[in-house]
Unconditional design. Structure first.
Length: 321
């Protein structure tokens, strides 16, 4: 019996030692590196494409990459990033050739946006948006905007501050949030006359689902609908003071979601941050003023088709929540 107990204890100690060494290795290492893929790809810019790209970038990129001291997309400390991910800094994405993306090729930008792999092979942090479902036309529009003469992306020589990812981030980057595959064929735009199809495209590609599902750590980027608590709310982004701001339930549950909302109420909330009888919506939920009423209506029509989740989410910091 004593020998058996010694074997068990010995095995346990070996397992603990292996786990400890593994954790230490991951903690002191960088995020994973991957082989880069070289291919020919060039975006042809048009005024219409640049304008479309500006609209998409305003929604997806500007909030994170805008530095309010420079007034340009030179990056900043992400005060609203969950603390368990570590110290997070967005990067300079102006056209500066030393500190920005001025020496990136169109193919390198496309590969990053699709897969999450930077031009030097480093894996971009899992909290940076990846766009595996976005139509090629819209990806091209974003790149055309980044190449444009828009003042937001004018070259600015501001060095990046590198992120200090936590052990959790490093583990997730090796286990759950790995690089995404490049699409095997061209991704086409949805039928904009089909409100539900168009609404799904917007709700996923504008990253609404990521914030309004249960937890950033359990996102299923390739199959968003399989994400736990899909649009059921309760996720925990922070405001700029580091306070938790629980996200709302956007499923069609009539008691705890938006099942009893009208289209007009939804448009006012999404586009202008107004909610009848309540304090206006607050950061990190920003008014999506660049969306048209039709686009917002499409999102609403899509949300009405997803499975309802009964999940009462109390509005953070409000006495009447």
């Amino acid at each position: 019996m004593k020998t058996f107990i010694k074997i068990i204890l010995g095995s346990f100690l070996v397992i603990v030692l292996v786990l400890g060494v593994t954790a230490a290795y991951i903690h002191f290492s960088d995020l994973p590196h991957y082989e880069t893929v070289n291919f020919e790809y060039t975006v042809t810019s048009t005024p219409e494409k640049v304008e479309r790209g500006r609209k998409l970038a305003t929604t997806l990129c500007v909030l994170c990459h805008m530095n309010y001291e420079t007034g340009l997309l030179t990056g900043q400390k992400m005060l609203d990033a969950p603390k368990e991910f570590g110290e997070i800094y967005s990067q300079n994405i102006t056209q500066d050739k030393t500190h920005g993306i001025g020496n990136w090729t169109d193919a390198e930008l496309l590969y990053l946006l699709r897969t999450g792999i930077l031009k030097d092979g480093r894996y971009s942090p899992p909290y940076m948006a990846k766009l595996p479902h976005m139509a090629d036309d819209d990806i091209e529009a974003i790149i055309a905007f980044l190449r444009s003469d828009d003042p937001l992306v004018a070259p600015q020589s501001v060095p990046d501050t590198q992120c200090a990812p936590s052990l959790l981030t490093k583990v997730l980057s090796r286990v759950a949030f790995k690089p995404l595959p490049m699409p095997e064929k061209r991704v086409e735009m949805p039928d904009t006359n089909n409100l539900v199809e168009f609404g799904r495209y917007l709700a996923i590609n504008l990253d609404c689902w990521a914030c309004h599902s249960a937890d950033f750590k359990t996102m299923n980027i390739l199959e968003p609908e399989l994400t736990p608590g899909y649009f059921g709310g309760g996720n925990k982004p922070l405001n700029l003071k580091g306070e938790v701001m629980l996200t709302s339930n956007l499923t069609p549950d009539k008691e705890t979601g938006i099942g009893s909302w009208t289209e007009e109420q939804f448009i006012k909330a999404v586009k202008y941050g107004r909610k009848e009888g309540e304090t206006g919506l607050r950061y990190p939920m920003m008014p999506f003023t660049t969306l048209t009423d039709y686009e917002t209506k499409a999102i609403f029509e899509y949300l009405k088709t997803i499975p309802a989740i009964n999940n009462k989410v109390h509005r953070s910091g409000l006495d009447n929540s």
